[in-house]
Design a protein around this ligand. Sequence first.
Ligand SMILES: [Zn+2]
Length: 260
Amino acid sequence: MPELPDVETFKRYLDATSLRQCITAVDVRNAYVLKDVSARELARELKGRRFKSSCRHGKHLFVRADHAIWLRLHFGMTGFLRYFKGEEKARRHARVVFVFEKDHRLAFDDQRMFGEIGLVKHVDEFLKKRGLGPDALDVDLAQFKNILAKHRGPVKTILLNQKLIAGIGNIYADEILFRAHVHPSTETSALKKKAVAKLFRATRYILEKAIEAKADADIMPKSWLLPHRGKRGKCPRCGRELKSATIGGRTAWFCRHCQK
Ligand SMILES: [Zn+2]
């Protein structure tokens, strides 16, 4: 499921491939992903325009067209972007294809169709309406402390709450907690000052490193939880078997020995 590092990687990919080209058509192959916009409206707003820039907030990506309307992309469970040219065909799960001049194309692929594509006039208004918290990479230590101090519950549930901090999903929440040596079900009220600071630094570190690795699990350091999570996985720190538990409705992987 795409989280902040994945979406940041999509953003950089889009910036490198799809800006400044005239959009000649918008091919909606499955209207299921369209939210609050029809295929006709989407085409009408974008045809003859160019994508100028993009910005990301949490797991949302916004792409500005040259008349100040923003295309909104959310990647759901399986969404990603693919840019291709000429003879190459869109793949089976391409839901919307943006066609540029010279037949260059950008496809929004989404096998399971939990993704969303929409149009927004003002990004800030949209974020407010959705009630999204600050982007996880924009939060400073004081804000982070404040969020944990004000909200009771298992720390993992708080990290996953997009209304408090936007961008962290199941995989990276586990990774952050593993790095900070904090058990995912620890109540926020039981966290010492030092642990909170550690968690804050771990959040930054993990998200930034994951972006550097282009959110590719195969490039992540072997000392991380990610390459080992799953049945019979061993803790890369102490070699003991990893455990799983359902916390806040999601499966957490952790090491009982290293995360107390
Ligand atoms: Zn361990």
